[in-house]
Design a protein around this ligand. Sequence first.
Ligand SMILES: *[C@@H]1O[C@H](CO)[C@@H](O)[C@H](O)[C@H]1NC(C)=O
Ligand SMILES: *[C@@H]1O[C@H](CO)[C@@H](O)[C@H](O)[C@H]1NC(C)=O
Ligand SMILES: CC(=O)N[C@H]1CO[C@H](CO)[C@@H](O)[C@@H]1O
Length: 358
Amino acid sequence: MNFSTQLLLSLFLALPPSALAASPSDLQAQIGHHVIFSYPGLEPPAHLLDLIKEGKVGGIILFGENVSDNLTATIDNFQETYKQSPYYSGNPLFIMTDQEGGKVRRLAGGPVESAKQIGQAPDPKAAATQMGKDAASTLEAFKNNVNLAPVLDVYREAGDFADASQRSFSNSSRIVGTCGSAFISAQQAAGVIASAEHFPGLGAAGAGENTDLQPVTIDLTLKELRKVDMAPYTQAIAAGVDMVMTSWAIYPALDPTYPSGLSKTIIQNELRGRLGFKGVTITDAVEAGALEAFGDQATRGLLAAQAGIDILLAAKRDVTQGEDIYNALVAALEDGSLDQDSFSAATQRILDVRKKLV
Ligand SMILES: *[C@@H]1O[C@H](CO)[C@@H](O)[C@H](O)[C@H]1NC(C)=O
Ligand SMILES: *[C@@H]1O[C@H](CO)[C@@H](O)[C@H](O)[C@H]1NC(C)=O
Ligand SMILES: CC(=O)N[C@H]1CO[C@H](CO)[C@@H](O)[C@@H]1O
């Protein structure tokens, strides 16, 4: 970074959000931070690298199909390419994956045990601390810097969606909170960002109720949602979790119309208002089947941003998806359908977390 870029950057970072909203080039600089892209197979498409160079990419989510011995070289290439962006922030792109433990691991390495096994350990807190350290070592070895974990869903019955793949620590909210916060503290202390999921909770989703594939409604009372499903987030937030991922289920007690990640009530009133979360919010995969009724990829991304989500996860392994969402944000900021002040505040939250990365 040359001196004038550095000067502009420090001005940019020093300005209050309202001052950022005015100029179109400032907006251009912000928008890319809000979209996570994905790609098919081992070789990233040249077009993705072009978009990174143009500053339109906030990070990459990796899946099993992207992983080879060459992965760290590929990631180095992303980060080097990003340095050529006119909007380079001085910090690396987010490189994220699902390294939950047990069956849900995209990278070779720990945590070997599933969340369920950790929850059943003689000392669950100590086991979850080790789990967070193991996750951090694996992610660091592969140059990833965000883990889309831990899962804080509190399952109800054996075989429920979150229990079937042993992704839930426990059917006890207290144990989930203890394990989740220990995992977060250990992993983040080792320099890897954690993302607690799937707010406000998918634990009551029954066997096969998978939002990736279909709409899911969680018909619990507000009292139960708060007492059981959201309780672990109190501990996770106290532990300093940097990101929270929302679910795509509908919770009629909170919002009869919109799934959590599109719901102002859930994001702004519950997560930010009642629970006091100040970090970064991120959607689950925007292409999820649960969102069939909410329009194309760009519309879904925009609805989430309008509801107050900071980062949109374009996980379809199709670069066009992320690009369409990016373009929808540009248009909505220009025509005023997305509030510039709120958007700038979201950008600042993202940059604050990015600053922790080296
Ligand atoms: C490894 O990744 C680098 C950077 O993306 C790329 O240039 C190279 O072609 C890749 N090599 C193989 C064997 O895939
Ligand atoms: C959790 O499951 C165990 C074993 O099936 C059962 O004994 C316990 O009552 C359940 N706890 C809750 C909070 O449902
Ligand atoms: C494990 C895995 O999904 N491997 C895939 C990696 O990407 C190549 C190229 O698209 C596929 O052929 C492999 O099946």
